[in-house]
Design a protein around this ligand. Sequence first.
Ligand SMILES: Cc1cc2nc3c(=O)[nH]c(=O)nc-3n(C[C@H](O)[C@H](O)[C@H](O)COP(=O)(O)OP(=O)(O)OC[C@H]3O[C@@H](n4cnc5c(N)ncnc54)[C@H](O)[C@@H]3O)c2cc1C
Length: 560
Amino acid sequence: MSPAPGYDAVVIGAGFAGLYMVYRLREDGFRVLGVEAGDGVGGTWYWNRYPGARCDSESMYYSFSFLPEFEQEWPLEERYPTQPVILDYLRTVAGRLDLPKHFVFGARIDSVRYDDQAGWWTVRAGDRLAVTARYVITATGALSASNRPQFPGAALFEGEQHSTASWPAEPVPLAGRRAGLIGTGSSGVQVLPELARQAQSVTVFQRTAQFVTPARQERLDPRLVALWKANYQEIRRRTKFTPGGIPIPSPLRSAAELSAAEQTALCEEAWRRGGIWFLDGTFSDAVTSLETNAIVASFVRSKISEIVTDPVVAEKLKPWTHAWGTKRVPVGSDYYETYNRPNVSLVDLRQDPIEEITARGIRTRSGEHPLDVIVYATGFDALTGSIERLHVEGRNGDRLEDAWAGGPRTYLGLMVPGFPNLFTITGPGSPGVVTNVPVAIEQHVEWIADLLGHARDHGHKTVEAALSAADEWTAHVQDVANTTLYPTADSWYMGANIPGKPRVFLPYIGGLDVYRQRCDEIAAAGYPGFELGGEPAAAAPALAVTPAEERGAAEVGRGA
Ligand SMILES: Cc1cc2nc3c(=O)[nH]c(=O)nc-3n(C[C@H](O)[C@H](O)[C@H](O)COP(=O)(O)OP(=O)(O)OC[C@H]3O[C@@H](n4cnc5c(N)ncnc54)[C@H](O)[C@@H]3O)c2cc1C
């Protein structure tokens, strides 16, 4: 008989995914430990505290669906929840469910190793923590491993430098200061108007012009909120069976079925409504047909010309490098309008690239731009980054980075062959990032918890993805992507923002509804494609590490 590991499961991360996973496993009777690098819960919304940080999913959809009483209580005040509101929401949920006591905070996991003989994992955070567990679940976030390009001279800069992805908790003083913003993806688009309002001047360093959609943020009418709340359960039910985790009607008609006047009228109406209504609400073939895509792209470019008063700046802001929608479309408030302010200037890095950062600012080919603060909105090593940074070693000491060297291979985005009892939430092959993410997270968490319950009930000690099943799923993920225009863009969906990262389409774009059905069918059929094993063959070696609970309860439950 093997000695038991310290925990049944270790869950890494305390965002939406980690909180719900820890809750579900605890409720299902597993001994579970959560570990989080930050000093509290919140994940994305703990780290991304930059001015203007906000969710692009609308308030009533961006929350857990498994708390029907709490959702009635929780106020919905604005169309899109801001970062402080979401952080408050997650802290409140964690408190209500008494979750912080199950977490170790301030511990960044840097080693996750499988012991073949013992059949368990050893999870370490430097010398801060070492625990053993039968299962490891990475809830480390698809967009949490931040990417900060190393510009020559950056260490010499005498002003302040901040990443949007790890913004200080205390406000950064901007009044009277000259700010430089590198990056115009979703975070750059959100932070720019706030920087422009607060700073003396802002210089934007743009590598890729974006198709920004207006958010149309507004205060919600309490009568509308009351109506939603009265129907919340039905809205949630429908949400689960949508492709993108938001129950808006999908457009039924392709552009070719409409006259030019009708096409323009449709785009105008979607643009007026903003957000998801423009992203998902124009034509059925907006991201599959080049011709239709060109209509949407040209419409957005015409809006840029209408909004931006300086025609030279407007031209620089018009995207020509990728098809509309094939990079994540930023949703902005006054983004293009901000370029009409006298204190905002734009540097097009394709014509005038950054050469170095100096003590006093950023030097591009055309000269030095003096700055007091540099803001990096340079994105993430998406989907794979936060998992690979765990330095996972599976069977026979095989490293996950090596297994994924040619591109990630997963079964359903949930398991990797050769890495038994390791589950990934919203990792590569999952639909997570192309949906309203909490809806995908809930599906993953519930499905994983059900599988672990099944394994326990049937005496299985190991669960592992079969190689053939992972190969089939990974090929399917690419095949579905190839029916769209997505793979044509240099996007983070394709890993193109990280030098050396294999160029494959990372998320599953076939729809959360289709994905959910497939997962349900697999569960109902007794988990084909997963190998469910018995007791580990050999006795485990003596425990080389100490479970956190023996190191003192003080470590567990601090923070939040
Ligand atoms: C600026 C921004 C805007 C977004 N807007 C939207 C939106 O509009 N709609 C939407 O659906 N989604 C949006 N997202 C995606 C968002 O990440 C998800 O909605 C959701 O918050 C993900 O939750 P999670 O728990 O999976 O991951 P996260 O919230 O990223 O949490 C992961 C946690 O794991 C921790 N962690 C990672 N590695 C380690 C380690 N080695 N050791 C210990 N802890 C670790 C991190 O510290 C983090 O706290 C946005 C993301 C960003 C960055």
